[in-house]
Structure formats: C-alpha cells, structure tokens
Design a protein around this ligand. Structure first.
Ligand code: LLP
Length: 423
C-alpha cells in the first residue's frame, strides 16, 4: 500500500505531481511519501499490539534524518550496524533505550559510543566480540546489555546475498554453540545477558522460514537456555527476531504484517519476553520512488536501450542482485510498446534498471519512476563515475520538502587534497 498514484494519466506523490518535483529539484531524485511511511509503521505496530514489543526500524534500509525522525515520532526504536547509524538515529531524536546494535564487525570506538549513549542492547555475533565487548565496557566503567545472535540454520529462500541465517553464513553464532557462549557471557562481569537475537535474511515472501527460525530458537530456549540461564541469574527478557519481511516488487505475494505477526505471536505462546523486531524494507520500500529522465533512445539490430540519467550509482539493487524494479512513466503517453533495457550512464555493463522490459516507447525528456525504491536505494548510492548523489524529497499531502540536497561538484572532492610534492 502506498500513495504514488495516477490522476488523469499523471503520477502523483500524495497530492503533488511527480513532474512538478522533478522540474524543481532536477533528476535523478528520490521521492518519499510521509503518509506511506507513517501508515507502514502503524500497520506493523498494530499487528503486534497483543504482545509487548519494540519495533526497531533498520536504519540501513533508509537512513535519511527526516525518515528516521518520522519513525522516532511514531515511537519507533532503531536497529543500527555502525557508529554512523547511531549518530544519525540520535540526531533524529531516537530514544537510546530503543536502539539495538547488530553487525559482525563492531569497532572499539563504535562500542564506546553506543555504551555512552546507553543503548538497549548489543547483538553479539562471535566469541571474540563477546570478550572484546567485556574489555571495552570494563575500561569504560560500564556494563553492556547483550543478546547473542544465534544462527538457526534455516533457509529463507531469498537471494543468496541477502540470506543470513544458514550454516555457511558469516552471521550469528551456531545455535548448538550458543549455550557455551551464554555460559561465557555470564562469567564476564561487564556484560549483562538480557536477550536472544536472530535475523535470517531479507525480502522473505512467506512466513514459513520465520516460524521455523522461531521454533528452533524456542526449542533451544526451553530445553537448554532458560533453565540454565535462570539458575545462573540471567534474565532473558528480550527476543529479537530481526527483520526480513518482503514487499511486492513485481508479482511476489509477501505475507501481510498482520499474518506475519499472527504467526510469530503464536510461536511465542507461554514465553515471557518482550519481542523486538527490526523491519527495514517493509517500512520504507514502497514509500519511495526514484525519478529519472530519459536522455536517449538507442537502437541496435539486436536491442533497444532507454538511456536514463540515473544509474547503478544511485540505485544499486538491479546491478548487485539482478533485482526487479517496476518502472512507470511519470506522464502516461499513447505510444507503441517496445522491449528495451533501461540503462544508466555508468561505464559498466551491469548498469541497468531493467532488462528486456516492455515499456511504452519514451522520448528524450520523458520522466520515468523507478518504483519501490525507498529501501536500500539512497543508502547504497555511491559517487561512482563522479556523479553527485541525488537529492531526497519528502512529500506531505500537497507540500514537499528537500530533506537532502543534491550533492554539488564541490561535494565530490570534499576532503581531497593535492600534496605539496605535486604542486
Ligand atoms: N536486521 C539485521 C540484522 C539485518 O541485517 C537486516 C538487513 C535487517 C534487520 C533489515 O532487514 P529487512 O527488513 O530490510 O529485510 N541491500 C539488500 C538488503 C540487505 C539486507 C541486509 N540486512 C537489498 O537491497 O535487497
């Protein structure tokens, strides 16, 4: 569900014509709908209303300050994976007591920053990290609240690059070793064991793998952890099930948040914990588009190419995962349908938004909207080929705000210097 709809053949973001925004801010540009962001949060939150829960929006999906602020105002917490994401979340007014810190490679300064901020918990991913976290906390005169990220070894049936909960993945701690590591954690004086965590992958389109992961953790908790940990004085009061709920890019039929929640809540029965969820994509994916302008139509004997001014530098998903992104004309026109690749200006064959796509023949100057680009769009953008990053726009009803300006040429060389020997 989102608020990008056609009115008389023209695409609107809420009540603003996308064409008007493009005219004012140029292209390419990311456009987000505030009403969609709020609605997604509220639907997700309501779905879990029956159980104690904290929703920690996964900052990596979209880290724009205005987007984070929107969620913070709705009461959301945040899932972070770096000091940079912590900085952003705090700047956006996040409550540190609702921040969880995940990731396999936390550095000393990042740990110190999070300890000082007083976050809810660190999701620990290895034995060495456990010991290191204890050392850093001791030196800081603090106790770090932790959970172990366990790897339940279930197949999320998604793209291999975004599946994280299988045995061969770099993420998490093998479930069968976790009792041993919990023991170790309990022996470390500057750690406080408060939770269990898992995240099995992203863009999941059925509840099965989530339910399997929960039941493995559950079985393990019941059988091994709870009794033992209670005896040792630990109080496991948070169960973090990560993110991963998919969205519709093409013809997927992902579970609705209500169904996802119902399945998880059922699996929790009898367990006295606060549930933590780390949704990213489902909150922001369909709340954003990337608008780009057609530069040229290039036809060879073999193929047709629609060359646009946005590229893999702006939106990496198709190049990196072969992802399907819907592409729609901003203003519908009556023209023949052609089959073409929609490609960007970057000097890489992997620079495409769509392959062999049926599209109504565009003309130079036409605007196209790449749909569902609100998640892992801007956050994965780069300056490759020295293109300034695009602006981000937030639409609210009939108004819009530039929430990140387009980078300038000067921004491209910020921080670079030519040393004296070359002058
Ligand atoms: N929690 C953890 C520990 C994660 O690693 C992730 C995503 C999330 C939560 C949020 O997952 P979500 O609800 O968004 O599925 N760049 C890829 C997606 C990478 C996901 C990485 N981790 C893409 O564009 O599809």
């Amino acid at each position: 569900m989102h608020y990008f709809e056609y009115q008389n053949g023209e695409l609107f973001a809420e009540q603003v014509p996308v064409r008007r925004i493009a005219k004012e801010v140029g292209t390419p540009a990311y456009i987000y709908s505030l009403a969609t962001l709020k609605r997604h949060y509220q639907v997700f939150d309501r779905a879990f209303a029956r159980v104690p829960h904290v929703i920690c929006f996964s900052v990596k999906a979209n880290s724009n300050l205005a987007v984070l602020r929107t969620f913070a105002k709705e009461g959301s917490g945040f899932d972070i994976v770096s000091g940079g994401e912590l900085f952003r979340a705090l700047k956006a007014g996040a409550d540190p007591k609702k921040i969880v810190f995940s990731g396999v490679g936390k550095k000393k300064e990042e740990i110190e920053y999070a300890l000082d901020a007083g976050i809810l918990m660190f999701n620990v991913e290895s034995e060495q990290e456990l010991a290191f976290l204890d050392d850093v906390s001791r030196a800081r005169g603090k106790r770090a609240p932790i959970s172990l990220r366990v790897n339940p070894d279930v197949d999320p049936k998604t793209h291999p690059y975004i599946s994280t909960g299988m045995k061969k993945s770099k993420f998490g701690i093998e479930i069968k070793r976790s009792a041993e590591l919990y023991k170790k954690a309990l022996s470390l004086k500057n750690l406080e064991v408060i939770g269990v965590d898992c995240h099995i992958g992203s863009q999941l389109t059925s509840v099965g793998p989530f339910v399997d992961a929960l039941s493995r953790i559950r079985e393990y908790l019941d059988r091994v952890l709870v009794g033992y940990l209670r005896k040792e004085g630990a109080n496991i009061r948070y169960l973090d099930l990560g993110g991963g709920l998919g969205i519709q890019y093409k013809d997927e039929e992902p579970p609705r948040p209500e169904d996802y929640a119902a399945a998880l809540i059922q699996g929790l029965e009898g367990l006295d914990v606060t549930l933590i969820l780390e949704p990213g994509r489902v909150m922001v994916g369909n709340a954003g588009i990337l608008v780009t302008e057609v530069l040229y139509l290039k036809e060879t004997d073999e193929k047709k190419f629609v060359v646009v001014d946005g590229g893999m530098n702006d939106l990496l998903r198709p190049a990196l995962y072969g992802s399907y992104m819907g592409i729609r004309p901003v203003v519908e026109r009556k023209a023949e349908t052609i089959v073409a690749d929609v490609v960007g200006p970057i000097c890489e064959s992997g620079d495409f938004f769509a392959k062999d796509r049926e599209i109504s023949r565009p003309q130079p100057g036409d605007l196209l909207a790449v749909m569902s680009a609100g998640a892992y769009g801007f956050t994965m953008a780069s300056n490759y080929n020295s293109h300034p990053k695009p602006p981000e726009i937030l639409v609210d009803g009939d108004k819009f705000y530039v929430v990140r300006q387009r980078e300038t040429l000067e921004d491209l060389i910020r921080g670079e210097t030519i040393p004296p020997i070359l002058q």
